[in-house]
Design a protein around this ligand. Structure first.
Ligand code: GUN
Ligand code: ZN
Length: 658
């Protein structure tokens, strides 16, 4: 019912399947008023809408019509419809005249596509006792709804709303319990007050803590989020659905939504975008119009910018530039900048979902970029790397650095123990933003060369490099720092000039071994590239393309990201050398013949896998006895492979069957 097509950080492009058609996510559901609706939202791009079942239920005429003719006829929309349960009215008026069971039955009877149980939207910052007692009721009602659906064999999809106020452990607890229920969608509730009061940092905490425990296979809906300014941020945290009454509420109030914030008509000298409305009318034209006509035109603009932003987000997920978009959007307001900085605290969570390699380069847009999952991931790899005796630190050149660094490298200053330099026993690394230290041998691997940073460094970046160099140097006996690095980082050291001539000797075998270790883990390089190693390069670019032992192909090196792609022999060698579970996906007995035959591996056949697997990794497919069956490319990260019950986990390259 929900299929993930592309991922970036925790954001995903998906397809939500309903009886009334499929919806591409992230998607926006405009809120339809069952009686007062003036705008045909379908005409402006809505594929799915949301309306309120309680308002229909409370109105005898609407209720009867909905029961007789169905909800789709009532609101004149033939795509998928979600209904809310009256919980929002409960939070505003303190009471509703309907029970949980009644509202579920009613939603089913009017043939909504997605119904909602009567959760209790607990406001932010209430006392803990209140949050806990409300949550207890929300959970009971969610359970009642799911049981009712099962007992009566109901087709309607079911929302189970995450509550818990601003208590992050309660949000986690609620999400964990709801995930066990097997509902169809998980909205995150009671966040409207956080958004209205610009508490975006708290919004990040609430959403990320809910996400931690929500099933990855189920769409998540950020309830009441309708301002396009925050869509990118929330999509990056894993929100698949948004709903907006904002488009019409803001229009009622003569306010224009944009991704940069809100503009009031009375302050407009220029129209804010290039939609049909903004190109046809001037602010004066609109100000002179009757209220209703003006409202509908502003609502049309509001929908236009909202759908345009969602298209941009989906495109960014496909190309792997979602974080660049988030960082750009979050410069619209200091409270949003706080939010993206807070999101940096969750880099470990984001990293688990983030594909290893992306189509687009990493763009540094400011200090927040230092908190991205790619940076964290590289630091972890560096820490795991065996260290030689000496460390030689070089200033950045053009990228890939290793291609442009040659000959005598200039003046160096010495730190740590003093001894003769054996260049074979030294690690050569470039000091650069945003990856800190980049070993020259692996610098072509994504994203170490596939990134771009301004030449004029900001103080955060300089401080990041200083701390990084300082801490990492501790792993070496002697550190030689290039004079330009010293100058750039403002490190003192004029009097320990090294008189030896430092040169970097390019060595292709060392390089492929280092890349294999970086990619598959320490030891992989020695194991893969044993024998009569024969390296074939592209005639056009000079890049390494194929690596053989004699005439037997071991790996190909992918031109776009310099990752190694295994051959049958490569897979055999890696499997023989690396300990169990490293780089492996373990499948059950049933799927063994399919894997051997080269068929792709589905999540439901996976019994275990290496926790370090990320989507786009090259992996080994083994059985429970650790016999190699096949090898292929992971389509998902380890946490998703282990959790999902449907869909492909590994796109198999080849089975080991003769
Ligand atoms: N609409 C906005 N917030 C909420 C919420 O917390 N629960 C429900 N059911 N609807 C909402
Ligand atoms: Zn416009």
């Amino acid at each position: 019912m929900f299929e993930i097509k592309a991922k970036d950080n925790m954001g995903r492009v998906g397809v939500l399947k309903t009886k009334h058609g499929n919806v591409k996510t992230p998607a926006l559901m405009p809120v339809i008023h069952p009686r007062k609706q003036a705008i045909d939202v379908g005409k402006y791009g809505a594929d799915i809408v949301i309306t309120n079942a309680y308002l229909i239920y409370k109105d005898e005429e609407l209720k009867q019509k909905a029961i007789d003719e169905g909800l789709h006829k009532l609101i004149n929309f033939d795509g998928p419809i979600m209904t809310d349960s009256g919980s929002f009215q409960l939070s505003v008026y303190g009471d509703v005249e309907i029970t949980n069971r009644e509202v579920i039955e009613f939603q089913e009877s009017i043939k909504t596509d997605i119904g909602t149980s009567l959760d209790i939207p607990t406001a932010p910052f209430v006392d803990r006792e209140k949050a806990e007692s409300d949550l207890k009721i929300t959970l009971e009602r969610a359970k009642e709804a799911v049981e009712f659906k099962k007992e009566n064999n109901i087709e309607m999809l079911l929302n189970s709303v995450v509550q818990g106020s601003t208590y992050l452990d309660l949000r986690q607890d609620c999400a964990r319990q709801l995930s066990k229920l097997d509902a169809d969608l998980y909205p995150i509730g009671a966040v409207v007050p956080l958004m209205e009061s610009y508490h975006y940092k708290d919004l990040v905490d609430v959403v990320m803590n809910s996400m931690k425990e929500l099933s990855d296979s189920v769409p998540r809906h950020l309830m009441g989020a309708g301002h396009p300014m925050i869509f990118a941020l929330c999509a990056a945290m894993g929100c698949d659905l948004f709903d907006s009454a904002a488009y019409i509420l803001y229009a009622e109030d003569d306010r224009f939504l944009t991704t940069r914030g809100t503009y009031k008509l009375e302050n407009l000298h220029e129209m804010p975008c290039s939609c049909e409305v903004c190109t046809k009318y001037t602010p004066d034209d609109l100000r002179a119009m009757p209220k209703k006509q003006r409202r509908d035109l502003i609502a049309q603009h509001n929908l236009h910018v909202s759908f345009a932003e969602l298209r941009r987000i989906r495109q960014a997920i496909y190309e792997g530039s979602l974080m660049e978009l988030v960082e750009e959007r979050c410069r619209a307001h200091p409270a949003l900048l706080d939010a993206v900085r807070q999101l940096g605290m969750y880099a470990c969570d984001l990293e688990k979902y983030d594909p290893r390699s992306k189509k687009s380069a990493f763009f540094y847009t400011g200090p927040e970029s230092l908190g991205r999952s790619e940076v964290l991931r590289h630091i972890q790899k560096l820490m795991a790397m065996p260290k030689k005796r000496d460390l030689i630190l070089l200033p950045p050149s053009r990228k890939p650095y290793s291609k442009f660094i040659s000959g005598k490298l200039g003046d160096f200053y010495r730190y740590g123990e003093e001894h003769d330099i054996d260049l074979d026993n030294a690690d050569f690394m470039v000091v650069d933003v945003p990856f800190g230290l980049i070993p020259l041998e692996v610098d072509e691997v994504y994203p170490l060369s596939q990134n771009s940073t301004p030449k004029i460094r900001d103080v955060d970046a300089v401080e990041f490099l200083q701390e990084f160099v300082d801490e990492f140097s501790g792993y070496y006996e002697q550190v030689l720092i290039h004079s330009r690095v010293l100058k750039d980082l403002e490190i003192e050291g004029e009097n320990n000039l090294v008189d030896a001539e430092i040169r970097y000797a390019k060595d292709d075998v060392k390089k492929i071994k280092a890349i294999a270790d970086y990619q598959f883990g320490v030891g992989a390089g020695e194991a893969l590239f044993d024998g009569n190693i024969n390296i074939e390069k592209s005639k056009k670019t000079g890049k390494i393309r194929h690596i053989y032992d004699g005439k037997t192909l071991i790996v190909n090196m992918r031109a776009s990201d310099s990752f190694l792609v295994l051959s049958k022999e490569g897979a055999r060698r890696l499997h023989a050398a690396m300990p169990s579970l490293s780089n492996r996906v373990v499948v059950n007995k049933d799927s063994e013949p399919f894997a051997l035959d080269g068929k792709s591996v589905f999540c439901k056949f996976v019994v275990d896998c290496d926790d370090n697997i990320r989507s786009n990794d090259e992996v080994l497919i083994v059985n429970e006895e650790d016999e190699l069956l096949a090898y292929g490319k992971a389509l998902l990260g380890a946490c998703e492979i282990k959790e999902l019950k449907t869909g492909q986990a590994i796109k198999t390259r080849k089975g080991m069957k003769k």
